[in-house]
Design a protein around this ligand. Structure first.
Ligand code: GAL
Length: 368
């Protein structure tokens, strides 16, 4: 069922792919004048009856949208939030009524921002949680205040998603299945063939892994499924190192520099859970005098512009397009559907896409 809904949603998203802007301005919520209302799950209205009457005629210009981003300095989430803001305005929201808050990678800070949005009577919230494990608490307070909620990017667990459906709450999740991105990373390497990748001829793929925030399923699944794709292709693997880089470029550089220092020429593949860390890894690879495509292979996820350029130049072996346009548009569309009373499925998916030298230019062009 989830797969079917996800497939349906990605078809819908393909239809909604329209131009993207570049406005980057974002506010932070004003401090709450009053304490947040007590949150009780029972207070939530069922999907059908929760639509504010004023939005039913399609006038969104007076509706207040609160957006919580786990951390503004994250490259991918910056693309996501800028596109989200532009598309919300395109849909008819007033820019002045869209508030985007930086959680600064701190759940307490973000929880405070959510409390402020609730006391300030925002009409709909779009939340990229700092910690997905806090989702139940967030859901309870937002639903308890009668505000519809769209989670993005960091998927709450199955038990939490089941609660939304069981209670017919106005809550949904928009994102991609990170297993797919991990699998694609592994396939990019497997497609090169053992002869090409097994530089030290030990019959195995000797790799290192640079993980994003391990609390995040994207990091967990990409780590697991990139390697699984190799073993599924019948290749033997040998993990030389696995470190946490928290999605950050500087960490990717620092960790891979250490790894290259420690394992020298044994490293054949560097898997990074995202492009920011892969771009950091690339700097370390260059400093160590290694050459991607010749004596080492490097893959990331996201298809940041700089990573696509690196793929074209051959300094990154490949990446996986994490479609921030489709996801941000789906999130905004879901917010609108809650406000108009149309409602949403409880899971709105999208597809990743493999990026190699063959299609990197095409992906870059599609993002212009
Ligand atoms: C992932 C993305 C990462 C990082 C992370 C934040 O989907 O690939 O670059 O933005 O989300 O949760």
């Amino acid at each position: 069922m989830k797969k079917f809904l996800a497939a349906m949603a990605s078809t819908l998203m393909a239809v909604s792919l329209v131009g993207c802007g570049s406005d980057t301005s974002a506010g932070t919520p004003a401090p709450a004048a009053t304490a947040a209302p007590a949150a009780t799950a029972e207070a939530a209205a069922p999907a059908e009856s929760a639509a504010p009457a004023a939005a039913a005629d399609g006038d969104l210009s007076t509706k207040k949208v609160g957006v919580c981003i786990y951390q503004f300095s994250d490259n991918f989430m910056t693309l996501f939030r800028n596109e989200l803001q532009n598309y919300l305005v395109e849909k008819g929201f007033s820019k002045d009524n869209i508030t985007i808050a930086d959680g600064a990678n701190d759940q307490a800070t973000q929880t405070n921002q959510i409390d402020n949005f609730i006391s300030d009577k925002y009409d709909v919230l779009i939340i990229n949680p700092v910690q997905s494990s806090t989702a139940a608490t967030i859901t309870d307070k937002v639903v308890g205040a009668g505000i519809p909620l769209v989670y993005i990017n960091r998927e709450p667990d199955e038990a939490e998603e089941k609660r939304w459906a069981d209670n017919k709450w106005n809550v949904t999740y928009v994102g991609c299945d990170a297993r797919q991105s991990g699998t694609m990373q592994g396939e990019i390497i497997a497609d090169l063939g053992l002869d090409t990748v097994d530089l030290n001829k030990n019959g195995k793929i000797d790799y290192v892994m640079v993980e994003g925030d391990p609390e995040n399923v994207d990091a967990q699944y990409r780590t697991e499924f990139s390697v699984k794709a190799l073993t599924d292709a019948g290749l033997e693997v040998n993990m030389l190192d696995d470190q946490v880089g928290m999605w950050q470029r500087e960490e990717g550089q620092r960790l891979v520099a250490n790894m290259l220092g420690q394992h020298a020429n044994d490293i054949e593949v560097v898997f990074c859970n995202n492009d920011a860390m892969a771009l950091g890894a690339l700097e370390a690879i260059k400093s160590a005098g290694r050459t991607t495509g010749t004596d080492i292979f490097l893959v990331g996820v996201d298809a940041l512009d700089e990573a696509c350029e690196a793929v074209l130049a051959g300094t990154m072996t490949g990446t996986v397009f994490n479609d921030h346009i489709a996801q941000s548009h789906s999130a905004a569309d879901a917010a609108v559907n809650f406000l108009t009373g149309a409602g949403n499925e409880y899971y709105i998916g999208c597809d990743y896409k493999k990026v190699t030298k063959d299609n990197a230019q095409e992906i870059l062009d599609s993002l212009k």
